[in-house]
Design a protein around this ligand. Structure first.
Ligand SMILES: NC(=O)c1ccc[n+]([C@@H]2O[C@H](COP(=O)([O-])OP(=O)(O)OC[C@H]3O[C@@H](n4cnc5c(N)ncnc54)[C@H](O)[C@@H]3O)[C@@H](O)[C@H]2O)c1
Ligand SMILES: O=C(O)CC[C@@H](O)C(=O)O
Length: 386
């Protein structure tokens, strides 16, 4: 029985895919795998039994990805599964920032009981007049699953769209409309655009990328949208820029003690992926990733181990090994089987950065002592026998 635990509610359409060989457990210590959305695992003790974590979503900054890799725990995410949900909210964010819709709606509530409300509205509405987005310049930083959809949609709405992503994947480049103006540096976006939207992961080199220095490069009255992560923006610098009018509006999907109270900020309660469709897509993808890994050792969409399509094992046993990406590992693995006169019918070895993954299909069975010997090889992090 494979045991799993959900650290956040996961859409039933995904969990229903688990067969009778899977059991949901309440105790994390017992779990072979975990499903998680935004719950922070950063301070969590990682149980020895844990083999896989699937993030039903894109951002993995709530998971200690490197620490997991060191313990042979494969971390997955669900690339693109919630991208359309986020794209639609970003487009709404463009409108919210351009048309003072929130201010207008709030004002209507203050006059809602006045019998002359219709007249008051016509008299007072000019306070909430806005700008149209058509013809304006939008800069998209990060052209991944979300950024590409945002760029293409904004183009279709009549905006002039600039995009920047030094690491753009071939797949995303193919999906990017040829009408998007691709620029090499973020500075070009900062200097050129009326609206700037950020769609990069939170990493050491993206943290606080929107700060007083980068804001200084921007046009006066720029509108900044952040549907990626709060720490991409220096909140104090943003507050200053909103106060001075340098930034006309800041739309964020990540309210915190500062942005929720910041004049000029429109704070949305992390709703980017909160749609039925996105939640379902993420849950289905996450559960399939866990099942493929637990049953066949296949790794797809991992953020800390290499992708590895292992297929179905057709020989006696399959052994999967998470290990350090250091010399001489394969020799040691195959040497062990050679000593025991066990034939290896299939072998896959893949690496990603400091970590590697080996799948060995053998004829016959694996003795307890062989498993122990594999486990004790220096650099081996987790051995599974399927
Ligand atoms: N608001 C929400 O609910 C919500 C939902 C999904 C994702 N997100 C956030 O949005 C981020 C992007 O999501 P995605 O699905 O598009 O991910 P993605 O991995 O498909 O795209 C991220 C892109 O950023 C690019 N990138 C990385 N570093 C960069 C840099 N320094 N400069 C420019 N580009 C850089 C990458 O090359 C990649 O193309 C996630 O990491 C997550 O933090 C938020
Ligand atoms: O699970 C969510 O609601 C948000 C997910 C989102 O932030 C992500 O990074 O995919």
């Amino acid at each position: 029985m494979v045991k799993y635990n959900c650290l956040n509610p996961i859409a039933p359409i995904g969990l229903e895919l688990f067969t009778e060989s899977y059991e949901k457990v309440d105790n994390i210590e017992e779990a072979d795998s975990l499903l998680v959305r935004s719950a922070s695992m950063l301070d969590m003790e990682l149980p020895d039994n844990l083999k896989a974590i699937a993030r039903a979503g894109a951002g993995v900054n709530n998971i200690p990805v490197d620490k997991c890799a060191e313990k042979g725990i494969v971390v997955f995410n669900t690339p693109g599964a919630n991208a359309n949900g986020v794209k639609e909210l970003v487009i709404a964010g463009l409108m919210l920032a351009s048309r003072n819709i929130v201010g207008g709606i709030n004002w209507v509530q203050t006059v809602k009981d006045d019998e002359n409300i219709a007249k008051l509205v016509e008299k007072g509405k000019s306070k909430f007049a806005g700008k149209e987005i058509e013809g304006k310049k939008l800069g998209v930083i990060g052209l991944g699953a979300i950024g590409v959809l945002v760029a293409n949609a904004a183009k279709r709405l009549g905006m002039e769209v600039y995009g920047c992503d030094p690491y753009i994947s071939v797949k995303h480049a193919w999906n990017l409309s040829r009408d998007i103006i691709y620029v090499k540096t973020k500075e070009e976006i900062y200097r050129t655009c009326d609206y700037i939207t950020v769609h990069v992961p939170l990493l050491d080199d993206t943290k606080k990328m929107i700060n007083k220095d980068t804001i200084a490069l921007m046009k006066d009255g720029v509108i900044v949208l952040n549907f990626a992560r709060d720490l991409l923006v220096n909140d104090d610098d943003m507050a200053e820029a909103l106060k001075s009018g340098k930034v006309a509006a800041y739309v964020t999907d990540f309210p915190n003690a500062k942005t929720a109270n910041m004049e000029g900020a429109i704070a949305i309660p992390h709703l980017g992926a909160s749609t039925e469709e996105s939640e379902d897509n993420c849950a289905v993808m996450a559960v399939k990733e866990i099942m493929e890994y637990m049953e066949n050792g296949t790794i797809k969409n991992s953020v800390n181990y290499p992708d590895c399509d292992a297929g179905v094992c057709v020989s006696g046993k399959r052994i999967t090994i998470c290990h350090k990406n250091i010399p001489n590992m394969l020799t040691q693995f195959t040497g062990l089987f050679s000593v025991e006169n066990i034939n290896i019918s299939n072998l896959i070895n893949k690496s990603k950065g400091d970590f590697a993954y080996t799948v060995l299909d053998i004829e016959g069975d694996v003795s307890e002592s062989t498993a122990q010997k594999l486990n004790s090889i220096n650099g081996v992090l987790k051995v599974r026998i399927l």
